[in-house]
Design a binder for this molecule. Sequence first.
Ligand SMILES: Cc1ncc(COP(=O)(O)O)c(C=O)c1O
Length: 405
Amino acid sequence: MLRLLHFHIGSQLTDIKRIKNAMKEAARTYAKIRQMGFMIDYLDVGGGMAVDYDGSRTSFESSANYNAREFANDVIYVIKTVCDDENVSHPTIIQESGRYLSAYHAILVTNIQDEIETVVEDLTPMTMGPDDPQVVRELYDLRETITAKNYREYYHDSLEHREELFTMFNLGLISLEDKGKGEVLFWDICEEADKFAQLKKYVSEEFDDLRRLMCAKYLANFSVFRSMPDNWALEQLFPIMPIHKLNKKPTEYATLCDITCDSDGIVDKFVDLHDVKPVLELHKLEKDQPYYLAMMLVGAYQEVMGNNHNLFGVPHEAHIFIGEDGHIIKKVIYGATLGDALSTVRFDAVQLHDSFRRQVLSRIRDGELSTKEGNQLIEFYEDQVDSYTYLWPNGQPTNPVTTKK
Ligand SMILES: Cc1ncc(COP(=O)(O)O)c(C=O)c1O
């Protein structure tokens, strides 16, 4: 016997209009089927309710221009109106939202391991002499005379000079030192131009791009492919914010790089109320001071869609109960070890250890290693199999084997 009519039009439906149209069609289909004599009494409207990841309440991809109340009102109103119009009884409505229910249950917390330097601090003041090539001297002059009035023109000139610098180097006309000097000057000019451009009311696109290029690059101890794959694959935004220093104003603009070796392992689009931001406001890193970020709303689909790229395994997991008067960590599940990650690509730890021991023994026999050194190497190698696939935050032990499980 036919009891239920089911449909599902897709995930993250950001515009309520699209949902209402689909409901009209489904309700009409339900009514017509009933009139044909099939007594279906359930209408399953599928999932698709969107999560407002960026908080803008718009039909933008990472948002939703409705909330759960409006969704429920519209679904019930449309189905009731169509059924009354067709003189059929109202169905029992079933809804199967996944993302809307589960997105909020998980937050990924990761530490910033380091900053990747793009601009070299010029420790000794640079001087120019008659032997310096013309192109380097011109870059030097631009750097010394750039102002709020001429920064656009000087920035354009510096781009041209930089191209010339590379061409001359490739043709063997200038030395590596000259090229290095020229590049330092070029980045100094960019830094100045960026500062002047950001003081303007309207920042043109080219200086937005420059900002992206100039900003700090923070190395975050996670894998985009494992923990936020939709950001990489679909450019979906997730709210990201620091969970340290919240009583201090952030002074840095940064993008995030993960610890995979993949150039796509970056986060350079961030939630903004009116647009998408190319950089995130963060605090300056302080030596040996932990700095953690929280990546929110990753509860829907990120963990299950995440992959083993570069063999980064599932991170440690804590289940937290939040009550009226505080919170408690109910459960801790340790993340994957190197051994776990290797077994996913069919490497057997015992075989690896045997083979390593054989190689060490042969080096000892050949006199290239002492027995003591060989033993230390074997111990180090075998310890790694139980270690975490991620880095340990600054100031913590580098070999986590003794602190795990
Ligand atoms: C049949 C069906 N129902 C419900 C869902 C849940 O969708 P969502 O998470 O977008 O609410 C899916 C997800 O793909 C689905 O295929």
